[in-house]
Structures are given as structure tokens and as C-alpha cells.
Design a protein around this ligand. Structure first.
Ligand code: AFP
Length: 339
């Protein structure tokens, strides 16, 4: 038996096979997804050296090879921007790390628009805790000259989305709308191999993920929802437990596989959320919906929100459908005006 048979399909094989499901596919989306895999491998290699970069950075900004030391989130951003530019598949992009969007020069420009958070959970970098990259892909509207409006699109228009988790292993998860599939990086061969296919989020919430220290700033419905979910433990068996890492993408990935509800409501004093609609909430909402879950800002699905700014923030509840719908009901039942 060959070793490849033990591992199963590679990311490239899977992407090419999936291309057949898209009637208007011309191969550019497949090439783009494959290049995102390449960017993920490059960033993963740097993440594995993060502690060393930290030490070198602190002692004079030069590593043992005499190279200038950059911060990891800057490395991840520059890597993603460069790989996407050179892919020949992207017309414009926007990054959580960049103030404005980037238009790709005409000679390199392709048909797609990519928005991404190059390194989510950066406060976890220097303590060796899992972090990740999040991305989402739109098809550029035909004949459109690139402008801010090229980027400010509803999540409902996405053609693909996904993320890469740099954890105990490096895992790339993506969907182009049919299924959600997970690939694990085999460090010895440098290939991503399919390790979970057609992931469906469990229907029951068994994990609850939220930063409970924010409770003084929560809208009224949030505590009511959390109390309701915790009350499921009043019986003889514990049904729900808490898990919160503080890297949204990693919290999301665990919840997707194990059945967890993630909440980051708007701050009721400022009326603002923390997480970014374009780079964080939309891609994860896209994955959640394809996997049979739901993502909402409490009033409407995240994917139906119309962005008005590049770095727009919003509240989010994402996870098993029934409990996201329960949260939406609680938003209606406990309006702020009654407090
Ligand atoms: P950074 O990438 O800037 O560290 O942001 C991380 C994040 O947006 C998200 O990944 C975390 O879950 C969230 O912030 C944690 O923030 P709180 O400390 O407000 O809970």
C-alpha cells in the first residue's frame, strides 16, 4: 500500500475535483485556493519559530542568519499579500492589518477579491497558544473598476471562505459552498491532506465560548441566554461546559467540530461590537451556514449585513442553529429600551 493512500486526498486534488461543481469555473478559484494553502504553509513555518523571533526581536532586531526580525503579524500579512498578488487570480484585497484596500496592478490582476485577517489572536502569539488566519473570497463584478465598493460586499455574495489554524497541528478549513472540509498539514511532506470531510456542526450546544469578564457591558439578553444554557446542567449529567481561548478562529474551529456556541455581543455602553465584519465574522458565518449552523448579529444573519466601512465591527452569535435562534428570540424578548 502506498503512503499517499494512507493519507487520502491532498488539498490540490480536492480543490480541482470540487471545481467541477462550479458551472462557470475557469480554474482561477482553484488556483487561488491552492495558493492560499501555500501562504498557510509559509505562515505556519514562521509561527513554529515564533518564540525565537520574539527572542531575536528583543535583542537587536537581527536573527542568526543576519535577517531583520519582523513581528509575526506583519510577516503573516506581508506573506498573504505577496502570495495573493503573485497568484494572478486577485484584483483587489483588504487585510485587517492594512488601513486601506489594495488594488492589484493590472498585469497581475485576476477575477477575485480576497479579504483576510492574517493572524487572528495575536495576543496569544508570545505564550505559544493557537492562532490562525481567516479569509473570504468574492468574485469581482464584471467590468467593475476597483474601488472601496469592490470590497464592501455582503457575506451572502461570498464564493468561498475559510481559515487556517496554527495549533497542535496546522489545519486548513475551507468551503466553496457545498461542503466544509478540513486538511491537516503533514510537516514531513509539506502537503495538506484531507482529514475531515463534509463537516456538520453538531445540533446540540455542548460548549459555551465567551469572554464572561465582559458581562458588565453585555446587553440584557446575553446573561439571560447564558443562564438558560447553563440551566441545562441542572439535571444529573453536565450537558454544557465552558471553553474560551481568545483566538476567535480557534474557538470557532473547536466549536464547529465539537458543537459550541460562540458569543461576542456589542458593548451596550458604546453600542459597538469588537470583531470585524469583513475579515472575521463573514468568513466564519459562511463556514457555519454551510456546516448547518447559523451566525447572527442578534437581529439578522451576519451574511446579510451590508458593510459600510472596511474595518466595520459587529456583534456575533455563531454555532448550532437552534441556540443562535434562541439568542435572536432573547434579543427580541429583552430589548435594551426596557432596562
Ligand atoms: P487580535 O488578533 O488583535 O489579538 O484580536 C483577537 C480577537 O479579535 C479575537 O480573536 C478574540 O477572540 C478576541 O479578539 C478576544 O478579545 P477579548 O479580549 O475582548 O475577549
Amino acid at each position: 500500500m502506498s503512503l499517499a493512500a494512507d493519507f487520502g486526498r491532498t488539498l490540490t486534488q480536492h480543490v480541482l475535483e470540487n471545481q467541477e461543481h462550479h458551472p462557470d469555473a475557469r480554474g482561477q478559484l482553484s488556483a487561488l485556493l491552492t495558493q492560499i494553502g501555500v501562504a498557510g504553509k509559509l505562515i505556519s513555518a514562521q509561527v513554529r519559530r515564533a518564540g525565537l523571533i520574539e527572542v531575536w526581536g528583543a535583542t537587536g532586531e537581527t536573527n542568526v542568519q543576519g535577517e531583520r526580525v519582523q513581528k509575526l503579524d506583519q510577516i503573516a500579512n506581508d506573506t498573504f499579500v505577496e502570495v495573493l498578488k503573485r497568484s494572478g487570480c486577485v484584483a483587489a484585497m483588504a487585510s485587517e492589518e492594512e488601513e486601506s484596500f489594495i488594488a492589484v496592478p493590472a498585469d497581475l490582476a485576476g477575477d477575485y477579491v480576497v479579504v483576510f485577517d492574517p493572524l487572528d489572536g495575536s495576543s496569544n502569539i508570545d505564550v505559544g497558544v493557537s492562532i490562525g488566519t481567516i479569509f473570504a473570497i468574492y468574485r469581482k463584478r464584471p467590468d467593475e473598476a476597483v474601488s472601496l465598493n469592490t470590497i464592501l460586499r455582503r457575506g451572502r455574495d461570498l464564493v468561498a471562505g475559510g481559515y487556517i489554524v496554527y495549533g497542535s497541528s496546522t489545519v486548513l478549513v475551507y468551503s466553496s459552498g457545498q461542503t466544509v472540509d478540513c486538511f491537516t498539514l503533514d510537516p514531513s511532506s509539506g502537503e495538506f491532506f484531507l482529514t475531515r470531510s463534509d463537516v456538520r456542526i453538531p445540533e446540540k450546544t455542548s460548549l459555551l465560548s465567551t469572554n464572561e469578564c465582559n458581562s458588565p457591558y453585555w446587553p440584557r439578553w446575553t446573561s439571560k441566554l447564558i443562564d438558560t444554557i447553563k440551566s441545562r446542567n441542572d439535571g444529573p449529567v453536565r450537558e454544557v461546559s465552558a471553553r474560551h481561548i481568545g483566538s476567535l478562529v480557534v474557538d470557532f474551529h473547536r466549536n464547529l467540530v465539537k458543537g459550541g456556541l460562540y458569543l461576542y455581543p456589542v458593548n451596550r455602553r458604546t453600542g459597538r461590537g469588537k470583531l470585524r465584519l469583513l475579515y472575521e465574522c463573514n468568513p466564519l458565518a459562511f463556514i457555519a451556514e454551510v456546516a448547518g449552523g447559523r451566525a447572527s448579529n442578534g437581529e439578522i444573519p451576519i451574511l446579510d449585513m451590508v458593510p459600510t466601512e472596511l474595518h466595520q465591527r459587529c456583534g456575533i452569535i455563531v454555532g448550532p442553529k437552534a441556540d443562535v435562534e434562541l439568542a435572536e428570540k432573547m434579543v427580541r424578548d429583552f430589548p435594551e429600551s426596557d432596562s
